[in-house]
Design a protein around this ligand. Sequence first.
Ligand code: ATP
Length: 250
Amino acid sequence: MAEVTNMLPILSVAGLVKDYRVRRQQGWRHETFRAVDDVSFELPTGGSLAIVGESGSGKTTSARIIVGLERATQGSIRVDGQEWRPTEKVSGRDRRERGGRIQMVFQDPYLSLDRRQTIGSCLDEALRIHTDLERSARAKRVADLLSQVRLDQQIASAHPRQLSGGQRQRVAIARSLAAEPDILVLDEALASLDVSTQAQVLKLLADVRRTTGVAFLFISHDLPIVGQICDSVIVMKDGKVVERGLSVRY
Ligand SMILES: Nc1ncnc2c1ncn2[C@@H]1O[C@H](COP(=O)(O)OP(=O)(O)OP(=O)(O)O)[C@@H](O)[C@H]1O
């Protein structure tokens, strides 16, 4: 298991709440459904924390709030000591700036990649958004990113449909690394892969964390996988954190 760091947290989440307005089963009246209920945790700099829990326990909603895809009802999020005000709307400029600190990898890379774009232009676009690199420096960085996720350079000219699920997920990881983030949120990122591909991508992620120092917030329902990649775990149930501890390698 990786070493637990003693550094200041890169991410602190405190008292996070998300209420949804939902229509009652009968009639037109609405009621409030609390999907995330007073969730607090810290992710150490360069560390790895898993959020586990049964379906509907509020894991994805918490992650989406942290990366700014959704607004919280209440709570505080600090990244590297800076308050991000999760209850407020995020401006386009702040969104880009935050993208340089935190990136998310989703379960289904096929949906998160543009199927009309080649892999090379997808990575180049991420570099254009998140860096000031000139064209030739970007081309070199695209090559570096592909080798970092152990993909052949020829893949740069391929489209997502020409790749396997594991290759597509490697591309999604490379794209998220283009921003050189401090935190990678991986939401069931291995769930759509077969067991041997999962093992390869897990090893890749462990290497990426070791070589770049990026911290992982790893959302999963699969405890054996979590035990291989994360230092600590929180368990969510009905929107609440019901257990916390160090992860166990199975
Ligand atoms: N936009 C929404 N409107 C109303 N309810 C929602 C909305 N989004 C999520 N929910 C509800 O919030 C709860 C938490 O959902 P969430 O997706 O965060 O759970 P999860 O733990 O990630 O589950 P899974 O492992 O199945 O993805 C669920 O009951 C879900 O139905």
